[in-house]
Design a protein around this ligand. Structure first.
Ligand code: FES
Ligand SMILES: [Fe+2]
Length: 358
C-alpha cells in the first residue's frame, strides 16, 4: 500500500438537493499532479481517485473499492488501471474490475463509478454530472496561455478551510490590493479604492474591468519590468463557474493605449480554479503566466514567488474571515459597498446554476 490515503471526510452519497451546481466542468488539478501514483481528492463531496494509465490517459473513479471499500487512492497504478491495496482487485479507467487475484470469474457488477476527465493546456478538468455516469454536454474550458510562447507559467494549489464563494468574492474585488498586498502587487490604497470599475455580464460570465493610470509600480512589477516612477495599470477579471481568469499588467505612460488588448508592457495572466470540496472547504488551483522583459530574463521566477506570497496573504484573510463568520453564528446580513458589484453578480450566477441543477 502506498502512502497516498487521504483523510476521512464526511461524504453524502447522492444529496437530495444539490449543494453545488452540477453538469459542470470543475478543475481537478494540473497534469503534473497525476503521474505514477493514484491521487485521491474530494470534489463536491464526492471522493474521487485519479490515475494515469500506461498510454498516458488520466482516468477518474469513485475512490472506493467495491469489495470492502478501501479507497483506491491507497492502491497502486499499473499499466491497465488502478489496483486496490487490500486484496488486489484491478480496475480499468471505465471502472470495470478486470481482475480478482485468485478468482477466475470477475462478476460484471464488480465495478465502480467512473467520471469523465479532460486534460487540456496542462490542466485536468472533471465533469460533475447530475446523474451518475452522465456525459459532458460541452467541451472542457480552453486555457491557451499555458501554451503561449510569450508567457512563462508556474502553478500552485491550496486546500482552503473556507467555502469556495468567499474566494470568488476576493478575486472579483481587487480593491483589497492596497490593504492586503502591499509587499507585492499592492500600491496606493486610495488609488485602488477609487479606480473606476466596469462590471458586465455575458450569460454566466461576469467581467470586472478596472484601470489605474498614473500608478506607482508595486514591488512585483518593479522586479519583473524596468518601470520608472509611474505606470498605467489594468485589471481585467473574468468569472466563470469553474474558474476565474485575471489579466493584469501595466504599460509605461505615453506608450500604448491601456484599452488595447495588444498593448505592450508587463502582463500577468492568472488562472484560479476554485472547486468545492465540501460546503466548508475547497480546492484552489492557480497558475500565473507572465511576460518576460529582455533585460530581466529571470523575472518569471520572481513573479511566481511573489504570486505565491500574495496568495498566502489572501488565504490568511479568507480563512480568518470564515472562522469569524462561524464564530458569530453563520453568515449575517452583510452590507454591500461599491467594490462588491462583481462578487454579487457571481453569487447570483452560482445561485441560478444551482437551481438549474435540482
Ligand atoms: S477492499 Fe479492495 S480488493 Fe478487497
Ligand atoms: Fe488578493
Amino acid at each position: 500500500m502506498t502512502a497516498q490515503c487521504i483523510p476521512i471526510q464526511p461524504v453524502s452519497a447522492t444529496p437530495a438537493a444539490p449543494k453545488f451546481p452540477l453538469d459542470q466542468w470543475y478543475m481537478a488539478g494540473f497534469s503534473t499532479d497525476v503521474v505514477d501514483k493514484p491521487v485521491g481528492r474530494t470534489f463536491l463531496e464526492q471522493r474521487v481517485v485519479m490515475f494515469r494509465t500506461a498510454d498516458g490517459q488520466v482516468a477518474a473513479l469513485e475512490d472506493r473499492c467495491c469489495h470492502r471499500s478501501l479507497p483506491l487512492s491507497c492502491g497502486t497504478v499499473e499499466e491497465k488501471g488502478v489496483r486496490c491495496g487490500y486484496h488486489g482487485m484491478l480496475y480499468a479507467p471505465n471502472g470495470q474490475c478486470l481482475e480478482i487475484p485468485g478468482q477466475e470469474r470477475v462478476p460484471s457488477k464488480a465495478k465502480v463509478r467512473a467520471y469523465h476527465i479532460a486534460e487540456k493546456n496542462h490542466i485536468l478538468w472533471i465533469w460533475m454530472p447530475r446523474e451518475a455516469g452522465g456525459a459532458p454536454t460541452c467541451e472542457a474550458p480552453d486555457y491557451p496561455w499555458h501554451n503561449d510562447p510569450r508567457y512563462t507559467f508556474g502553478t500552485g494549489a491550496y486546500h482552503y478551510k473556507a467555502p469556495w464563494q468567499l474566494i470568488h468574492d476576493n478575486l472579483l474585488d481587487l480593491s483589497h490590493l492596497g490593504y492586503v498586498h502591499l509587499q507585492t502587487i499592492g500600491g496606493d490604497a486610495r488609488l485602488h479604492m477609487n479606480a473606476g470599475m466596469q462590471v458586465t455580464q455575458d450569460g454566466d460570465t461576469v467581467k470586472v474591468v478596472r484601470q489605474m493610470p498614473g500608478s506607482r509600480p508595486p514591488p512585483t512589477y518593479k522586479a519583473a519590468w524596468p518601470f520608472g516612477d509611474t505606470c498605467d495599470r489594468w485589471q481585467e477579471i473574468e468569472f466563470a463557474l469553474s474558474h476565474l481568469r485575471i489579466w493584469t499588467g501595466a504599460i509605461e505612460p505615453g506608450t500604448d493605449s491601456i484599452d488595447d488588448p495588444q498593448r505592450g508592457g508587463f502582463h500577468m495572466r492568472g488562472l484560479h480554479g476554485i472547486t468545492p470540496e465540501t460546503e466548508d472547504t475547497c480546492h484552489y488551483f492557480w497558475s500565473m503566466s507572465s511576460t518576460r522583459h529582455p533585460d530581466k530574463p529571470d523575472n518569471s521566477q520572481a513573479v511566481i514567488q511573489q504570486t505565491a506570497f500574495t496568495f498566502d496573504e489572501d488565504r490568511l484573510v479568507i480563512e480568518e474571515q470564515y472562522r469569524n463568520i462561524r464564530q458569530f453564528g453563520g453568515k449575517p446580513e452583510w452590507i454591500d459597498i461599491h467594490v462588491d458589484a462583481g462578487g454579487n453578480r457571481a453569487r447570483r450566477v452560482v445561485q441560478r446554476l444551482l437551481a438549474a441543477s435540482a
